[in-house]
Design a protein around this ligand. Sequence first.
Ligand code: FAQ
Length: 312
Amino acid sequence: MPVQDFEKIFQEKIDNEIKIEPKDWMPEAYRKTNIRQISQHAHSEIVGMLPEGNWISRAPSLKRKAILLAKVQDEGGHGLYLYSAAETLGQSREEMINDLHSGKAKYSSIFNYPTLTWADIGAIGWLVDGAAIMNQVMLTRTSYGPYARAMVRICKEESFHQRQGFESLLVLSRGTKEQKEMCQDAINRWWWPALMMFGPRDSESTNSDQSMKWKIKRKTNDELRQNFVDMIAEQIKTLGMKLPDDMLKWNEERRHYDFGEINWEEFWQVVKGNGPCNKQRLVARKKAWDDGEWVREAAAAHAVKRNKTKAA
Ligand code: FAQ
């Protein structure tokens, strides 16, 4: 079949909301952009385990420790589903991991900030998972089948993550003076980086136009960011805390909250590797990969042994 016919069939599937599956013909650029986005998403999940993992041994009660342990394990699981989804596009896991370690592949800017107090764990659940869900609910309808299906399960787990974060902050917000201050301080530090998670403004977003046409993305960076601001500006009222933005104000005409300007210089610095914890995060990931080498070798040796037994 001529390439034009393949392109036509591909486009008809996109137009008719039929998922693209691994063995279907797809434009090379569609394959590449999916590998880029899915693998970066996977990297974000596993690097994202680090800031919270830092608090597992210091959680204030057995209940909080069990919740945090389960959450961090979920994130590891999300990374695995996503690496598997990206592998269906023909990129090996090792190549993806190498790209993370060499700095070629990105991961979310948010995970380059430190977790200084216990309240940061609540703020991550509420704000970071909250921003992640806002983006990922849209991705359950993304056009690449394996990615869309992975997102359905991930979103269910993320929703528990967000609720546990909010509940944890609610307890602090009703606690002692010190606990209230710790809660407000965490919100102050995580608010702006959480808004940066949605990516650059639409006018600066290099991938959005094409990704929207291919229905990889269903909403733009700015649309999702606005939806997030609208949601959090209401939820914070229950906490009795304040968002660190004097410009935040309901705009009756737009039916949305107006909000202040993001520090884009800080965003790009963090994306380029110059955030507070970028170096530390990559060192930790490389060490985990090296430490796990014997596990990968043992699993591969076991698979060879099992195949031989089956063949005999
Ligand atoms: N950080 O043209 P766009 C989570 C890059 S998961 C770093 O707008 P695109 C769960 C972007 O890659 C959080 N880099 O890009 C959890 C591109 O560079 P490239 C992760 C960023 O792809 C919770 C360039 O800027 N979620 O949190 C960022 O159309 C708690 C231009 O940008 C996902 O990955 C950033 N924030 O839109 C885990 C969701 N933003 O690649 C643990 C899937 C942009 O051309 C604890 N990804 N860049 O070299 C997406 O939806 C999209 O990739 C966007 C960016 C929306 C992130």
